[in-house]
Write a protein that binds this ligand. Structure first.
Ligand SMILES: Nc1nc2c(ncn2[C@@H]2O[C@H](COP(=O)(O)OP(=O)(O)OP(=O)(O)O)[C@@H](O)[C@H]2O)c(=O)[nH]1
Ligand SMILES: [Zn+2]
Length: 216
């Protein structure tokens, strides 16, 4: 295996892309101010539920809930550049790389309840590879937001393309949506599978077949 060499130029390239329409802006307000404001909103919500916000068990709940929601959406506070931390390496490896079954927790933007599942990411390198943990970190940055599964799938795939310019990327997500389990249609076992295939994974049936075989 050849030496791993950090490469800055591709990161500069990545920086450009991450201002495209797939990227949401950072939160407009500082975090400490947000907790106070969100806690006030949670107090209103609890009151609307008919609860007494001054009873012992609920005294600290608005702040706790605010911090929890900020955690569930912490992807808004992170940038791809920070997360990659320059872990893009020159490596002449031209076989498929797959990081499989990355746990994912996200928030349905329609009902503000969680959806969760597993993400598999594959790419075919073209001179550059990504630090393996960074694949999972990319999943975190886009899943820890208000999302729909299809957009999440696409954002992860495009982030890989822009970070290391591989010959192709495939992302598959299998998830359970709490909005379909705990309410609404109430289908406990329904799973939603989405995929995004780019480059050779889209154009070359053999590459796609190899990916699907490795996924089985
Ligand atoms: N395509 C897609 N739809 C989603 C996702 N998460 C939730 N939804 C759907 O968003 C839709 C919102 O539909 P509406 O009819 O406006 O809302 P609703 O009355 O609460 O719908 P029900 O869930 O059917 O009760 C529902 O069909 C959800 O299942 C997602 O990630 N992708
Ligand atoms: Zn939902």
């Amino acid at each position: 295996m050849g030496p791993l060499v950090r490469r800055r130029s591709s990161l500069a390239h990545a920086k450009c892309m991450f201002h495209n329409d797939l990227e949401l802006d950072h939160r407009p307000t500082a975090k400490d101010k947000l907790v106070g404001r969100m806690a006030d909103s949670y107090r209103d919500l609890l009151t609307s539920l008919g609860e007494d916000v001054n009873r012992d068990g609920l005294l600290k709940t608005p702040e706790r809930a605010a911090k929890a929601l900020l955690y569930f959406t912490k992807g808004y506070d992170q940038t791809i550049q920070e997360v990659l931390n320059e872990a893009v390496f020159n490596e002449e490896h031209d076989e498929m790389v797959i990081v499989k079954e990355i746990e994912m927790f996200s928030m349905c933007e329609h009902h503000l309840v969680p959806f969760m599942g597993k993400v598999s990411v594959a790419y075919l390198p073209r001179g550059l590879v990504l630090g393996l943990s960074k694949v999972a970190r990319i999943v975190e940055i886009y899943s820890r937001r208000l999302q729909v599964q299809e957009r999440l799938t696409k954002q992860i795939a495009h982030a890989l393309i822009e970070a290391i310019n591989p010959s192709g990327v495939a992302v598959t997500i299998e998830a359970t949506h709490m909005c379909m389990v705990m309410r609404g249609v109430q289908k406990i076992n329904a799973k939603t599978v989405t995929s995004c295939m780019l480059g050779v994974f889209r154009d070359d049936p053999k590459t796609r077949e190899e990916y699907l075989a490795l996924m089985r």
